[in-house]
Ligand binder design. Sequence first.
Ligand SMILES: Cc1cc2nc3c(=O)[nH]c(=O)nc-3n(C[C@H](O)[C@H](O)[C@H](O)COP(=O)(O)O)c2cc1C
Length: 191
Amino acid sequence: MTIDTPPPKTAITICGSLRKDSINEPLRRHMSAKLREAGVIVTDLDLREFEMPIFNQDIEDAGETPEAAKRLAEMFRSHDIVLIISPEYNGGVTPLVANLVSWVSREKPNPFKHAVFGIGGMSDGKYATIFALSHLRDSLSKIGALVVPTLLGLGPYPDVLDADGAPNESNIKWKVGQMVRELTHFSRGGI
Ligand SMILES: Cc1cc2nc3c(=O)[nH]c(=O)nc-3n(C[C@H](O)[C@H](O)[C@H](O)COP(=O)(O)O)c2cc1C
């Protein structure tokens, strides 16, 4: 009897900031590298290539849903893991991420039921995006996503990073590993 090796898992990673010097981008890159080390095939998305107007149901009713929303929905449906690394604005989710979730949530079949979701963020404050992550987890759960238990909040930037842009605290290093273990352990597959 031969035992088939399962195919490698696939992931998309997203940074929830368009800022050219985004402090979240190094964390997204770090997590992409860690997922690759774990054998995952990672595609890094740049939200500049998925421009969408602020969600307005009139646009949708007019049949003018941006093609970027359809492309993103298909990316969500066709990958095992979706990782969102985003700043916190005013204790909540950034407009960029809220807009993305709004548009993609309108697509059918539900784009949030295939992948396993990981969420994290970097802040220049010591609360480390934890309020935003809590909101984002609630919102994603409400629309049917499976979000792994580890929330990867880092801050304050830059104290928490070493010269290579990697987390320098042992508890955060452990959390990074734990998030990768959770993202690669669980499977969803459309149920
Ligand atoms: C509108 C706005 C609201 C913000 N609110 C928060 C906040 O609630 N908590 C926090 O930790 N940082 C907050 N910040 C600071 C961000 O952590 C900081 O600007 C960070 O660099 C943004 O991430 P980015 O560099 O990836 O764009 C806020 C920044 C902006 C522009």
